[in-house]
Design a protein around this ligand. Structure first.
Ligand SMILES: [Zn+2]
Length: 215
């Protein structure tokens, strides 16, 4: 066996700004529980795991200093339609490894949780859906603000939203019934899919094409 794979986990948002507050739950509190349960599961697979918390820009700088093999930030979905439920992930545009990580983690999560697959999206601040990409309608020349976790971290990153905090049925299924451990297990299985298949990715990311000039 070679060196340990070093994985960084980050709960989305921070203790001070907890993200979405819906259905009587705060996003940060719940994703933090999932992250804490996920750490020993990954360590049991002999991976090295580091958790970073705090303001997004501080997390980004810390992760660039740590320089892990990959970094995953966990969020919960949010939309105004409380009937929308399921899992989705986000990746960095023009970065095949990030896309593959996002797809792998999502695959594991959907398979284990039995959730609706909402797809892997390009992670802009205004998210670009898979159907926009498929139909060639994703604005390639657009220069909006990009999610810093996806655009400013040098290693392979993705965001995963295992379920929607805005969904009454998802919240009932995973939070009211206290299924954080199950969700952590599902994210672990997705990371394992990525690590198992990582060797299949040949092209390095074309990060320079990414709009780092975004302001
Ligand atoms: Zn969030």
């Amino acid at each position: 066996m070679g060196e340990k794979v070093h994985i960084v986990l980050a709960p989305g948002h921070s203790f001070e700004f907890k993200g979405v507050h819906k259905n009587n739950y705060y996003e940060y509190d719940e994703v933090n529980k999932i992250v804490e349960l996920l750490v020993p599961k990954l360590e049991a697979l002999n991976h090295q795991v580091t958790v970073v918390r705090g303001k997004l820009i501080d997390k980004v700088n810390q992760i660039n200093e740590i320089n892990p093999d990959l970094a995953v930030e966990i969020h919960l979905g949010n939309t105004n339609n409380q009937n929308i439920s399921g899992s989705r992930s986000f990746y960095s545009q023009n970065n095949p490894k990030s896309k593959y990580l996002a797809e792998s983690v999502l695959e594991g999560v959907v398979r284990m949780l039995g959730t609706h697959n909402v797809g892997s999206w390009i992670g802009w601040y205004k998210k670009i859906s898979p159907s926009l990409v498929k139909n060639g309608k994703a604005p390639s020349d657009w220069r909006p603000k990009i999610d810093l976790f996806l655009s400013k971290i040098n290693t392979t990153t993705c965001l995963i939203e295992p379920f929607y905090l805005s969904s009454v049925s998802d919240v009932e299924k995973f939070l009211t019934r206290n299924k954080h451990e199950f969700v952590a297990e599902a994210v672990k299985s997705g990371i394992e899919i990525y690590l198992k298949d990582e060797g299949k990715i040949e092209s390095e990311s074309t990060m320079d094409e990414l709009v780092l000039s975004a302001a």
